[in-house]
Design a protein around this ligand. Structure first.
Ligand code: FE
Ligand code: FE
Ligand code: ZN
Ligand code: FE
Length: 199
């Protein structure tokens, strides 16, 4: 077995782990989303991800190897950050825009992984495996594109306008990002990023 073949199997085990890890997170992300459009997009990518897991198992089978997952540290990190983002923005009109950015980082990671796997399958001359991987690659690219469409058609504008959040909550969110202002101190007030025009 060539080194490329070994490398292919190692990367396949990694992406197999990554997809399985993602399966646990996607329903939580879908449930948290504000818009039904984003909920729909994340739920339907969950179903696709289930099929992608099966497709990887078919690739292992085609290569006569047992399906073996490796814990993907990159996906672990992306999902940990996604969870943090969800908690941080849950009461904000920017939640969907934040969720989309987290989800797109996941999709881009997957696209990079499947891109390499497709190239290597081609070099190894395995067309059956290449076809399976290409199907998944196309799904990942479509999922990424759909997220861009949702962001551009609604989520980014909602974040910008701060819609759907009560004024009180919005004030709280704003204050969170500003440095503490020392009341009665001119220097403190001048330094506050929330008061750029203060005299
Ligand atoms: Fe994945
Ligand atoms: Fe995937
Ligand atoms: Zn990985
Ligand atoms: Fe995906």
């Amino acid at each position: 077995m060539s080194d490329l073949h070994e490398l292919f199997l190692a990367e396949l085990a990694d992406v197999y782990g990554a997809e399985k890890q993602l399966l646990k997170a996607l329903p939580k992300m879908a449930k948290a989303a504000n818009s039904s459009e984003l909920q729909e997009a994340l739920s339907s990518h969950f179903s696709e991800t289930e099929e992608q897991v099966e497709r990887i198992e078919q690739v292992f089978e085609a290569l006569g190897k047992p399906a073996k997952a490796k814990r993907c540290k990159a996906m672990e990190g992306l999902l940990a950050e996604g969870k943090e983002i969800l908690e941080e923005w849950k009461d904000s009109a920017a939640l969907d825009a934040a969720l989309i950015s987290a989800a797109q980082k996941v999709e881009h990671y997957e696209i990079a992984s499947y891109g390499c796997l497709c190239t290597w399958a081609e070099l190894l001359g395995n067309n059956e495996v290449l076809d399976l991987l290409k199907q998944t690659m196309n799904e990942e690219e479509r999922a990424d594109k759909k997220l861009t469409d949702i962001a551009e058609s609604s989520s980014n504008t909602e974040a910008e306008e701060g819609q759907d959040v009560e004024p009180q909550k919005r004030a709280k969110l704003r204050n969170r990002s500003s440095r503490p202002v020392r009341l009665g101190s001119k220097r403190g007030a001048e330094k506050s990023p929330m008061n750029p025009n203060i005299r």
